[in-house]
Design a protein around this ligand. Structure first.
Ligand SMILES: Cc1ncc(COP(=O)(O)O)c(C=O)c1O
Length: 394
């Protein structure tokens, strides 16, 4: 129903089911890039001529839109970054590095694991991992034990697992974390495309956002920082547009968000991000959720009929991504074969090697949907999988 808004689907026959990796972009987002570069290309927050002012206004408009979109309380709480990877690295290195203990979940993407390793942390040595059960559910009891044993920890947890689609109950997790004096950051890479996020209702302290996984251009994202922590977060890079005053001995930085946004920003990307948010406001989450619920259910039922399929979790508390393998078949082979049939899915470890190792597998076939996917896409996927299976079994 919404495919008509996305030029990709007019230009390509590909059945696109790799939305966990990146989403397609609506026409309004694409047009905004051309419009910026063709009609008012100028730097922001510096020069004072007409186009520079317009670029700054459009850029700042996205900040206000995003603040409202996630129900932050102040514009200053929204800091633009390149995406979730930069957001997590920024907070890890500038705010969380001196915490004695960092607690993560078993389902983290590498971008919420490697920044902690870079600080010299390893399991039991400044880094703790909350276990999950055989259905990949977050073990709240274990989490509480870890919080008790490590008071005032820094908790960094993914909202939705990119590899298996598991949703973590962040409201409950954040409440428990705060009860034990911990501070909590959420990796929101896989949530905003699927459901409403309200950072005040979740009561999280940091929330990392990826633009390109939310229908915006690549290379743009944000980190929400709860107002009370803004003064404690140190800028991890400084330079142009971050300063109040500089001489050869010292420099004074501006207030948030500008002190954190050093150098020329991805101006077109941020403007496009605003258009993506406006588009999502037009589509409405209630429609997104109802479409995805039906398509995801159909996908799961149709996949379950395929011979030899192995799932790693049920679909309760699951959104976006469905991961599986076929007994005796290498997942990469399926990826190669169905690509030839114009079906795009991701095969591999999905940047989540630790959980793959825990499951004793190298990776999975991951089908990840967005609200523009429909039953026809699922039918084509299933047809392609059946053909690939028959070729591989011969
Ligand atoms: C759960 C999760 N976290 C982090 C990332 C990295 O996000 P970005 O591409 O915005 O840096 C991804 C991307 O796949 C992801 O799925």
């Amino acid at each position: 129903m919404f495919k008509k808004d996305f030029p990709y689907f007019q230009n390509s026959k590909t059945v696109y089911l790799d939305n966990g990796a990146t989403t397609q972009k609506p026409k309004s987002v694409i047009d905004s890039q051309v419009e910026y570069y063709e009609t008012y290309c100028a730097n922001t927050h510096r020069s004072n001529f007409g186009h520079a002012n317009k670029a700054t206004q459009e850029f700042e408009k996205t900040r206000v839109l995003l603040k409202e979109f996630i129900n932050a309380s102040k514009n200053e709480e929204i800091i633009f970054t390149k995406g979730v990877t930069e957001s997590l690295n920024f907070i890890a290195s500038s705010f969380a590095k001196d915490f004695k203990t960092v607690i993560i979940s078993s389902l983290e993407h590498h971008s919420n694991i490697t920044p902690w390793h870079m600080q010299g942390r390893s399991l039991g040595n400044g880094l703790e991992v909350v276990s999950c059960n055989d259905n990949l559910d977050f073990d709240l009891e274990h989490f509480e034990e870890l919080l008790k044993a490590n008071p005032n920890a820094f908790v960094s947890i993914t909202h939705v697992s990119n590899a298996f689609g598991k949703i973590h109950d962040i409201k409950t997790i954040a409440k428990l974390a705060h009860e034990y004096g911990a501070i909590i950051m959420i990796d929101g890479a896989q949530s905003l495309a699927h459901f409403k996020v309200d950072v005040q209702d979740l009561d999280v302290d940091f929330f990392a956002i990826s633009g390109h996984k939310t229908f915006a251009p690549t290379g743009v994202g944000a980190i929400y920082v709860k107002e009370k922590y803004l003064k404690d977060v140190k800028a991890y890079q400084t330079g142009g547009a971050t300063i109040q005053e500089v001489d050869y001995n010292h420099s004074t930085l501006l207030d948030s968000p500008y002190k954190f946004e050093a150098g020329t920003q991805n101006i077109a990307g941020v403007i496009g991000f605003g258009k993506a948010l406006e588009y999502l406001n037009y589509v409405k989450y209630e429609n997104i959720e109802s479409i995805e619920k039906n398509v995801f259910k159909f996908l799961d039922e149709e996949l379950a009929k395929l011979p030899g399929i192995v799932f790693y979790n049920d679909t309760k508390d699951c959104i976006g991504s469905r991961s599986f393998n076929f007994e005796g078949i290498v997942h990469d082979d399926i990826g190669i074969l169905i690509d030839k049939m114009n079906v795009a899915v991701r095969v591999g470890h999905h940047c989540a090697q630790p959980i793959m190792k825990k499951l004793g597998i190298r990776g999975t076939i991951r089908v990840s949907v967005a609200f523009y996917n429909d039953y026809v896409d699922v039918d084509k996927l299933i047809e392609a999988l059946k053909k690939a299976l028959s070729m591989l079994k011969d």
